[in-house]
Design a binder for this molecule. Sequence first.
Ligand code: AHR
Length: 530
Amino acid sequence: MDRRQFVLSGLALLAPRTSFAASATIEIFPNEPIGTISPDIYGHFTEHLGGCIYDGVWVGENSKIPNIGGIRKELIDNLKRIKAPVIRWPGGCFADSYNWRDGVGPRDRRPKRTNFWANTPYLEKAPNGPQKYEPNEFGTNEFAHFCKLAGAQPYFAANLRSLKALDFYEWIEYCNSPAGTTTLADLRGQGGARDPFPVRFWGVGNESWGCGGNFTGGEYAVEFRRFAEWVPRYNVDLAFIASGPNSADYAWTHDFFHKLVEKGENTLERVYGCALHYYCGTTGKGNAVDFTVDDWYELLAKANRMEELVRNHWQIMGEVDKERRVKLVVDEWGAWHKTDPSIDPSYLFAYFPTLRDALVSGITLDIFNRNADKIAMANAAQLINNIHTSFLAVGEKFTVTPIFHVFDMYAAHQGGTSVRTIVSAPRLGQSSADGLWGLGGSCSLHGKRAVLTIVNPDTSNAQETQIAASGTRISNVRATVLTSNDIHAHNTFEQPNALKPSQQAVAASGSPLVYSFAPASVTRLEFDLA
Ligand code: AHR
């Protein structure tokens, strides 16, 4: 069936069938748990970069844009909807040039500093503004307030390259020491936050292999040990995240872990997570909206590489961490396309994500679900007006992107038990789809209710699939589908609903269930298991 026929036939494809020679199969094993899907896998990342903080998150208390204490209200409302569990801040590369003291105390007395990204050629062309010269209007109290409003936990990335360990301890003291106990708690209170925030997650530097200090894995292990050796705790179960590898830099992971335990294996207890960063892109023009079918497959195949990265780094970590105390934290991931010239030039790295980027999100989140035993947290880079963004906002204009819709659909997995699921489908024929499967996904259980998410990367063919749950029956099926007959479909400020999911009742039950996954789609099936 070609794409047009699929669209025309609509609901007919949802018709129940009990025996059918479908070309694809999905077998769910409810009794084979992989692990609990940490809600934190559905986290986000915000950096003082382009239009992410200024105009994205922070519009200021005197803005006519609806806001709560200066924070864009529409963003807060939508973050609550997708149950955003954790937000990372203030970078990224910005973090290792940031002095947290600049962003506390009376807002009108905070200093202006040169932003880490100011010398980027694209931004250099833009007029001077908060994207180039950091006004520090948005600092620790504002970020903590933002997280509280959104219902998310804060995750701070501390400066390891250009500040001392003492500054790190004092930032923790500022955030977490009880009211009335320390001078920094008093300062926090003067900024309107009498009680501690408190902050559990602390990144010890960012990309310490590059902008965060240009260390080797072994050199960074020494720095990490020093920073994490003593910290004030205030009864907070602090979780330190070590700067991890860039993509497939396996030497970094090897060198970091081996050096770390030179002073004893108990050093591993100081590490909550090892941060992996992986961005995918295409070798062609690199445009977000203007791309070919080959570019489509190339990007999706590259997104799918996340699985081998997770498995390989995990294996190397296991050479040292036999008891598996340390988990992976993928605190930057996404598709990195060129900045869209039609967006305000100050908004470095912003572009309009399309259906293709929605599939990148589905592929990646399914990988995280399938590896729920290995991954404690992940943060899509970045939340708003940036790379792989869930939202775009310029002044009063605002839109959610197709990536947001995938987070909305996949929120149903949060806290569920990921179970082994075998998906088989014919391989794609395109050479650019190198290594990419014909159908992929993940399944989680929530009592008797199951959530199955599936990506069909094929741009023109629906995938008729038999779905069975081992030893049980499927009933009460509901489908949510994100697709379009234009693979370039995306939302704009003028058409914010151009691409959004549709809900479909599925009148089928039994085992196997036959369901046809639309071409170029992300689908969520929810059903009961007997
Ligand atoms: O997300 C943009 C940048 O990508 C971050 O600042 C950095 O950590 C990474 O290289």
